[in-house]
Ligand binder design. Structure first.
Ligand code: T5A
Length: 207
């Protein structure tokens, strides 16, 4: 059985990840590829509970260390119960956020030590890394404005602009460090152009 492919979608707040997940799923479906669509933090019952705790802006103050460990605890469950079984069965997995989010938010945004993130990444994931990461990038104000128009802010979205600038810089650094895996897409263009760029990259990946 050929192992499935693991595709992740990344980017700051409101850049269009959720909007484009469905689009990518349909595109793959048209190419007769069935995908398991999932998200982080989340994807299992326990991981979704951790997500609720992480996003709850009325929770007690969550320390940066606790936040990092919660993100990886959710990921450990997600990998064991959803991602690995699907890939092993030959199914593809399309995931809204994965460990690049941790490098961006906990590493960039919270200034957590990158070596600690790397250590947890290796411990929790073993050799598992995405085969392709689509990074939607837009100026912070645009993403925040879009997110604001859609729903009430959660705990992360309530952060200051400088936090999101650090997140964006960390994402761009990840793209520089992993140019073969991470493909950058300008998200501050009309949706149709974003989707055209996505098709071009995924089309090349499928060949
Ligand atoms: N987190 C997560 C960590 O800190 N560490 C981790 O390791 C992980 C995995 C999860 C939070 O958890 C944090 C980061 C996050 O803060 P989330 O809900 O997954 O939260 O992430 P959000 O970024 O908050 O998701 P959003 O739904 O807010 O943003 P999306 O999905 O990027 O944006 P989307 O698709 O909902 O679009 C927002 C609006 O913009 C419009 C859409 O129609 C929508 O109204 N839009 C466009 N408008 C014009 N032009 C375009 N090109 C557009 N694209 C979308």
């Amino acid at each position: 059985m050929t192992r499935g492919k693991f595709i992740t979608l990344e980017g700051g707040e409101g850049v269009g990840k959720s909007t484009n997940m469905a689009f990518i799923k349909n595109y793959l479906f048209q190419h007769k590829i069935s995908v398991v669509v999932t998200r982080e933090p989340g994807g299992t019952v326990l991981a979704e509970k951790l997500r609720q705790l992480l996003l709850d802006k009325n929770s007690e103050v969550i320390s940066d260390q606790a936040e990092l460990l919660m993100v990886f605890a959710a990921r450990a469950q997600h990998i064991k119960h959803v991602i690995e079984p699907a890939l092993a069965k030959g199914e593809w997995v399309l995931c809204d956020r994965f460990t690049d989010s941790t490098y961006a938010y906990q590493g960039g945004g919270r200034n957590m030590r990158i070596s600690a993130i790397e250590w947890l990444e290796n411990m929790v994931q073993g050799a598992l890394r995405p085969d392709l990461t689509l990074l939607l990038d837009a100026p912070v104000e645009i993403g925040i404005e879009r997110a604001r128009s859609r729903a009430e802010f959660d705990r992360f979205e309530s952060e200051k602009i400088c936090f999101f600038e650090q997140v964006r810089r960390a994402y761009l650094l990840q793209a520089e460090l992993h140019p073969d895996r991470i493909k950058l897409i300008k998200a501050n263009q009309p949706l149709i152009d974003v989707q055209r760029a996505l098709i071009e990259i995924i089309g090349t990946f499928l060949r």
